[in-house]
Write a protein that binds this ligand. Structure first.
Ligand code: NAD
Length: 258
């Protein structure tokens, strides 16, 4: 079904663990050329790359802190140097940074949350744009930008996560502008919006707490990263979604229905 992903060049930000890593694995299985990105070099990098490169594609690691605008440009350059272009960009890097209620928010925290969740996606997309346009024109199909939103982008976020929710809502919104002005370049923009997934994002909760929270969702549990991964394949594949752009796909077990 995802045959056209074979050999596609896929850059996934923030993908050394969790939802991003599951996406790297899924694209590798589909035969894609993938860059896994992280702010730091993972301790088990060699073993991880050996495992990922046994799945059928080609996986490299590119270190970059995408909350830094200059590093976003360098990351795109390094990717293009390695693979000769970009077909698919996934803006996955993101996180809470910390939980801080309104009275505790200062400029430094505001910058940290928005740099990681909003500025990162904006800057990587900006630098990738000419390469995505060139790839679409060379292939005669479409290139794809997939950003990762959040249920918090609709609901406003849980305790101390107001800035995070707002940063994700900002992404949900700016995508509409990218669709309006860059569809002519052969680029599709879609968003995957996870609900509550069992990753390091929820490391502040013990297993009982996660089970209790999950039991309140229609699916009765948290999502698993591998349950989000196929949605990235769908939006990346021109065969599957060549006429779909500007959408937000909620992968949330029924937790929230916009
Ligand atoms: P995670 O903490 O397991 O993974 C985050 C990844 O981002 C890691 O690989 C980390 O190395 C990387 N990263 C963090 N800061 C970075 C930086 N400055 N530069 C480069 N990489 C950086 O979290 P996750 O749950 O897998 O989250 C993935 C995405 O999904 C995030 O955008 C998150 O906001 C979103 N999301 C997660 C949930 C959830 O419940 N887990 C819900 C909604 C949205």
């Amino acid at each position: 079904m995802f045959d056209d992903l074979k050999g596609k060049r896929v850059l996934i930000t923030g993908s050394t663990q969790g939802i991003g890593l599951a996406a790297v694995e899924a694209f590798a299985r589909a035969g894609a050329k993938v860059a896994m990105n992280g702010r730091r070099i993972p301790a088990d990098l060699e073993a991880t790359l050996a495992r990922l490169n046994g799945l059928g594609g080609e996986v490299v690691f590119l270190q970059a802190d995408v909350s830094d605008s200059a590093a976003c440009g360098t990351l795109v350059e390094a990717f293009v140097e390695r693979f000769g272009g970009i077909d698919v960009l996934i803006n996955n890097a993101g996180g809470l940074v910390a939980r801080k209620p309104l009275p505790e928010i200062d400029d430094a925290f505001f910058d940290a949350v928005t740099d990681l969740n909003s500025r990162s996606a904006l800057m990587v997309t900006k630098h990738a744009l000419p390469h995505l346009k060139a790839a679409a024109s060379q292939n005669g199909t479409t290139s794809s930008v997939i950003s990762v939103g959040s249920v918090a982008g609709y609901t406003g976020g849980g305790p101390g996560a107001g800035l995070y929710g707002a940063a994700k809502a900002w992404l949900h919104n700016i995508q509409k502008n990218w669709v309006a002005f860059h569809t002519k370049d052969g680029i599709r923009f879609n968003m995957v919006s996870p609900g509550t997934f069992d990753t390091a994002f929820h490391a502040d909760k013990d297993e009982d707490t996660k089970a209790r929270i999950g039991s309140g969702f229609p699916m009765g549990r948290f999502g698993r990263p591998e349950e989000c991964a196929p949605t990235f394949l769908f939006f990346a594949s021109h065969t599957c979604s060549g006429y779909i752009t500007g959408q937000v796909l909620d992968v949330n077990g029924g937790q929230y229905m916009p």
